[in-house]
Design a binder for this molecule. Sequence first.
Ligand SMILES: [Zn+2]
Ligand SMILES: [Zn+2]
Length: 141
Amino acid sequence: MILRVFFRGDDLEREALRSLFENSFRGLGISMEFSDPLENLEGRNDAADILSTLLRKTGAHPSIWVVDVDIQLPGAGSIFGCAAGRCAITTTSGLGRNAWMNVAMHEIGHILGLDHCTAECLMQPAGNEEEVDRRPFALCE
Ligand SMILES: [Zn+2]
Ligand SMILES: [Zn+2]
């Protein structure tokens, strides 16, 4: 299986993401393939709208779009990321590098069918950046 990652980062960030991914999800036989962002998102911040663009343009192929705009859901305000089926979006906006990469790995876990988990685990829910920074990159056993 190939997981498509839509992300305009530098080579170091791409390699950092790839190595985190390989550590968190090793043994699943999934590889990452990077592509440039699907659209310019300037002026858009509706997470549901951006996610539906991703679903439509990828045909719901397993994929994650790392955006650089603030993303929001009605009633929830700004969010770090969200997933629907096998697609997810996540943002770098307002987050340190460790945090946004952790959120990206967490959303990839959702894409792969993992639910939230209360153990010391990548799939712990997190409500703020401090909680994200405390969350391990590893899955519990
Ligand atoms: Zn989650
Ligand atoms: Zn767990």
